[in-house]
Design a protein around this ligand. Structure first.
Ligand SMILES: *Cc1c(COP(=O)(O)O)cnc(C)c1O
Length: 454
């Protein structure tokens, strides 16, 4: 009798790389070219109409936002970021001839919050304010939300509290917007949140509560405290539709920006988008909007730190063990320690993961050293200041073109035949508000990584 050798499947190789905190790529076997128009997760179904409704809400509040945030006066209250050509960065990334063109979606420049969290966070606070404004008769239906800037309206909103648990950037978005509208604002932060973020919030009149332990602990503590106060709205990063739909509205604007720059998205010209992922709400919202709006030829990949690949392990569990799993990165022997503080999350949002099953193309991981090296290269080639979390997407194109798993995916999708006409879009998700002393430290680490790699 012969005993069969255990087979080393690609999945076993991938699992080993994940456990060893080595950069890895997972591609989604369940992606559908033509997903249903309405998709459900956590018992609710959403469609592009909900994305449009979120966008319309942001529009209704633009006048008020321009009034309460001086930095939004120039854009008349619109919070948006430019789509920038990043061809000048391609040589530093080791770009091969015929690999296509690189762009960045510059959410690192988003005003008010300084990160992608401006999109979802602002939307959720505004949705809460809108409900109260109508309920208390502060604004007539169809009326002007600038009424909410009056002392009488602010006094009413001031009876309510907005709370959130955050590693930093979500707190900066929710806290600053809520406080600016007159709400009591409370941000529950994990021990690893950066001191300058806590300071900035306190300066804006936000109450910062510090918790020992990681992001999940801060969220749980905040959720429990909020549940005890009926006047409190808790922004739940792990299961909020309002946040997710706020993020998804980015797709509507991006579609116009692509058209304005003459970038087609079709079978001959695929668009591959690389999105840094923490709990998954922001990249899932954007992926939802883009897939529903642009169709089968837009491909979205999430990027995570090698020590915090919560979305990858969630998608792998869903694909192999069926839904109902909720693994954490600790289960995989990982530490969840990363300088990419916006991405330091041990367990994925089940809302995001559920929605992404038919939509997402894949997830890859990046070592922290690489994030710092990219941050330097982005500054040197483009003059843009991004934070470590925001650099995660830049490893995407090489993950596809330079690894066995990536090349297999390119062949399988047929994109290898049109790679020279492919648009690669890296979403740079934060950076604007990073203090100079912090940024100099990032550069120092990045330059020593680059020197060591020759
Ligand atoms: C929060 C954050 C992300 C990811 O958003 P999630 O909704 O947590 O997945 C990416 N980049 C930055 C800079 C962030 O702050």
């Amino acid at each position: 009798m012969t005993i069969a050798e255990p087979q080393t499947t690609p999945d076993a190789l991938l699992s080993t790389r994940v456990r060893n905190a080595q950069p890895a790529l997972w591609t989604n076997p369940a992606r559908e070219a033509q997903p249903a128009a309405a998709l459900s997760a956590l018992g609710r179904s959403i469609s592009l109409d909900d994305t449009k409704a979120a966008n319309a809400r942001l529009g209704r509040f633009a006048g008020l936002l321009a009034e309460v945030f001086p930095e939004l006066a120039a854009s008349a209250g619109v919070v948006e970021s430019p789509l920038l050509s990043a061809s000048a960065l391609q040589p530093a990334l080791g770009w091969q001839e015929g690999q296509g063109r690189l762009f960045i979606k510059a959410d690192h420049r988003l005003p008010v919050a300084g990160s992608i969290k401006a999109r979802g966070g602002m939307h959720e606070v505004l949705e809460f304010a809108e409900g109260l404004a109508l309920q208390h008769g502060l604004v007539e239906p169809g009326g002007d939300f600038r009424e909410l800037a009056t002392p009488q309206a602010r006094a009413v909103l001031g009876r309510y509290q907005v709370a959130v648990g955050s590693t930093g950037n979500l707190g900066m978005s929710i806290g600053v917007v809520a406080a600016a509208l007159g709400f009591q604002a409370t941000v529950h932060m994990s021990a690893d949140a950066k001191a300058w973020k806590k300071d900035r919030l306190r300066q804006r009149g936000v109450q910062v509560v510090e918790h020992t332990g990681d992001y999940e602990r801060a969220v749980a503590a905040g959720r429990a405290e909020a549940a005890a106060n009926p006047q409190c709205h808790f922004v739940d990063d792990e299961q909020s539709f309002s946040l997710l739909l706020g993020y998804s509205a980015a797709a509507l604007h991006l579609k116009e920006q692509l058209a304005a720059q003459g970038v087609p998205v079709d079978a001959e010209h695929p668009l591959i988008v690389y999105l840094p992922c923490g709990v998954g709400g922001a990249p899932a919202g954007i992926t939802f909007g883009l897939r529903q709006l642009l169709g089968p030829h837009v491909h979205c990949f999430f990027a995570e730190p090698v020590q915090s690949p919560c979305f990858m392990v969630q998608m792998m569990a869903d694909a192999t063990q069926g839904v109902g799993q909720h693994p954490s990165v600790y289960d995989w022997g990982l530490t969840n320690r990363t300088e990419a503080d916006g991405l330091a999350v041990p367990r994925a949002s089940l809302l995001a993961a559920g929605l992404m099953q038919p939509l997402l193309s894949g997830v890859f991981t990046v070592a922290d050293d690489t994030l710092f090296a990219r941050l330097v290269q982005v500054l040197d080639a483009l003059g843009e200041r991004i934070e470590p979390s925001a650099a995660a997407g830049f490893s995407g194109p090489a993950m596809l073109a330079g690894t066995t798993a990536g090349q297999a995916w390119l062949r399988c999708t047929g994109i290898d035949a049109v790679l020279h006409q492919t648009t690669h879009l890296v979403w740079t998700t934060g950076g604007l508000l990073v203090p100079d002393a912090q940024f100099q430290g990032f550069l120092q680490r990045g330059r020593s990584v680059l020197a060591a790699r020759g």
